[in-house]
Design a protein around this ligand. Sequence first.
Ligand code: F6R
Length: 367
Amino acid sequence: EKSGYEHFMLKEIFEQPQTIFDSFRGRLDVEQTLLTLSGLDAIKDKLLAARRIIIVACGTSWHAGLLAEYLIEELCRVNVEVEYASEFRYRNPIIDENDVIIAVSQSGETADTLVALENAKKQGATIFGIVNVVGSSIARMADAGAYTHAGPEIGVASTKAFTAQLVVLELFALKLAQMKGTVSPERLRELIAALHAVPEQVQWILDNQLDNIKRIATKYKDARDFLFLGRGYNFPIALEGALKLKEISYIHAEGYPAAEMKHGPIALVDEHLPVVFVATQDPFYEKVVSNMQEIKARKGRLIAVVSEGDEMAEQLAEDVITVPKSDELISPLLAVVPLQLLSYYVGVELQVDVDKPRNLAKSVTVE
Ligand code: F6R
């Protein structure tokens, strides 16, 4: 039940400190720098021999997969491809027994993902499932896997399942990097500590940014379009922010790599367009700031999600949402939370049935 929350979506957003903890509980030992992911051990030889990893998913789960591509390539130095299941399934992809496929699915029942995996399995690929619903079709057909442990997600828009997917994908990347020896023990320790701090940091966002985000939602709720921009690890978060807003408020939104905007979408920028930058501290930060300046010069309304203590962004942007500082590989887990809340509050203001937006189903069992 909704436990006093007005909607399941809000309840599920607020559950994230707990669900994020649940998805690494028993898998992460900060003191020992130990990572336990038994599903990964089960396909260890295949994984170590794989020349590439293919991630197959749809929608929000695909966004988690995109972030995982960046993470796994960085940490494990192995080639990763991310595929929309619906495209992968029909284009006669080249797959053999040297391929490992990671399937990401909340429901474990998405028809396109399921059939794409069945086809790949027939061609000899090894399937690793990252699934939320225990005993679902994808969980059953996978050769190995790791559940996300987010608990039942009722709201149609995926929130806590997404952050749980990110946690498991982070663990996957860290564990594989540890097995391959592509990450130093010091770096591994740093990343494990950063991951361990996330539940508390998400709680900080919920405790300290709610009124600010509500105010921003009210201020921009009548916009016709929104742009969401980010680079590097924050690019998938920009895509996810745009998807959430579309689903929950019916406002048109696009997510884009911040630097790609000058190749087209910048034509949309005028004094009416809110542009949300995901601009937490990372090696791309300076570049993101110059992208922000480009938008400002064209009178776009700048909203920035930034790390605590970022005075530069505070001067530049009209509205700022703060998240705690974290490692660049981990901070997307924090940056997505304000975007979930922003779309929730815009949707509520516009009287959308946020738990059941029109035309959407929780589990897409038809192609
Ligand atoms: C967005 C959303 C959808 C799902 C997609 C895949 O909020 O919920 O985009 O992510 O339909 O569903 P699963 O993860 O169940 O395979």
